[in-house]
Design a protein around this ligand. Structure first.
Ligand code: SAM
Length: 269
C-alpha cells in the first residue's frame, strides 16, 4: 500500500517548534519516530485543528488544550483486538505459558503498549483458564486517555472478540450499552495499569514474558534497538519477548536474544 505524501516539507522550521512543545508537554520525542510518518500525522492534525501551519499549531499546544488532545489521539494509533494474531496467541496459551509456569507459577507478564486493554485482558483470560491465580500482568501505555479506557475495560466491540470462541467470549465479556462489551471482574485482579514511555526508563520489575506488539512500527531503527535493549533488560533468563506479526528483530543476538519461533524470542539463560 502506498501512503500519500505529506504536504509539510521535511525541513519545515515549524517541525522543531512542535517537537519541543510535544516533548515538554508529554515526554514524547518526535525524533525517535520516522519523519515521513510524523509529517503525515501532523498534516492530518493541522487540518483537524484548522491550523494554517506548524508554527500556529505549536502555539496552540498547551496543557489540557484541544489541540494537545487531538495530537495525542492522532499520534497514538490504538488499533488492537483480543488474541490478535490468533495462531501466536494459541501458541502462547498452549506451549509457552505452561512451560514457564512449570518452573514458576507466579509468572510476571508485561504488555508494553497495551492500548485499550485487549492484549492484557487476553493474557488474563489465559492465566485464569490455566488456574494461574498467582500470576500478574503489568499493562503500560504512553497515552493516559487510552489507559483510562483500558482500566475501565468497557471499550470492547464485537470485532475485538472475534478471535475468541463463543464460550470464552460469553464467560469473560458482558454486553453493555452502545454495542460494547465489559471485561469480567474475575480478570481484573491479574492486571495493573501504569503510564509508561517505552523510550524512557524501563520498569524496575523482572518479567517472564514481555509483549511489545505493533508499537514500534513507526520508531526509527535506532529507537527500535533502544526499546529492544530496554525490554530485554527486564526479562528473566529464559524469558520470552513476544512481538507483532509484521515485526522482526535483526540480529537478535546483539541483545542476548535467540529466535524461538515466529514472533517469539528467548533471552539467553
Ligand atoms: C497499535 S497499538 C498496539 C496495541 C497492542 N499491543 C496490540 O498489538 O494489539 C500501539 C500502542 O502503542 C502505544 N505507544 C506508542 N508509542 C509509545 C511509547 N513511546 N511508549 C509506550 N507506548 C507507546 C500507543 O499509545 C498505542 O496504544
Amino acid at each position: 500500500m502506498t501512503l500519500p505524501l505529506s504536504n509539510i516539507r521535511p525541513d519545515d522550521p515549524g517541525y522543531e517548534l512542535v517537537r519541543k512543545r510535544v516533548l515538554e508537554l508529554t515526554g514524547i520525542d518526535l525524533n525517535c519516530y520516522k519523519r515521513p510518518q510524523m509529517l503525515r500525522r501532523l498534516d492530518a492534525i493541522l487540518s483537524r485543528c484548522h491550523a494554517p501551519n506548524l508554527q500556529a499549531l505549536a502555539a496552540e499546544l498547551k496543557p489540557g488544550s484541544e489541540v494537545l488532545k487531538e495530537f495525542m489521539e492522532r499520534f497514538t494509533i490504538n488499533v488492537s483486538e483480543c488474541f490478535r494474531d490468533r495462531p501466536r496467541f494459541e501458541q502462547l496459551q498452549r506451549e509457552i505459558i505452561p512451560a514457564l509456569a512449570r518452573r514458576n507459577p507466579a509468572l510476571r507478564l508485561w504488555s508494553a503498549g497495551c492500548s485499550y486493554g485487549a492484549e492484557p485482558y487476553s493474557l488474563a483470560i489465559i492465566l485464569k483458564e490455566a488456574g494461574l491465580s498467582q500470576a500478574r500482568i503489568l499493562a503500560t501505555d504512553i497515552d493516559p486517555k487510552i489507559l483510562e479506557a483500558a482500566k475501565a475495560g468497557e471499550s470492547f466491540t464485537a470485532n475485538d472478540l472475534r478471535n475468541l470462541s463463543k464460550d470464552v467470549a460469553a464467560r469473560y465479556f458482558t454486553p453493555i450499552a452502545g454495542g460494547r462489551f465489559r471485561a469480567a471482574d474475575a480478570l481484573r485482579p491479574f492486571i495493573t495499569f501504569r503510564q509508561q514511555n517505552l523510550l524512557g526508563k524501563p520498569p524496575a520489575e523482572q518479567f517472564d514474558i514481555v509483549l511489545c506488539r505493533n508499537v514500534t512500527i513507526y520508531f526509527t531503527e535506532e529507537s527500535k534497538d533502544a526499546v529492544t535493549q530496554h525490554l530485554t533488560s527486564t526479562l528473566r533468563p529464559g524469558g520470552i519477548l513476544f512481538i507483532g506479526e509484521t515485526e522482526t528483530i535483526h540480529r537478535p543476538n546483539r541483545f542476548g536474544l535467540a529466535l524461538k519461533s515466529t514472533s517469539f524470542y528467548e533471552r539467553a539463560a
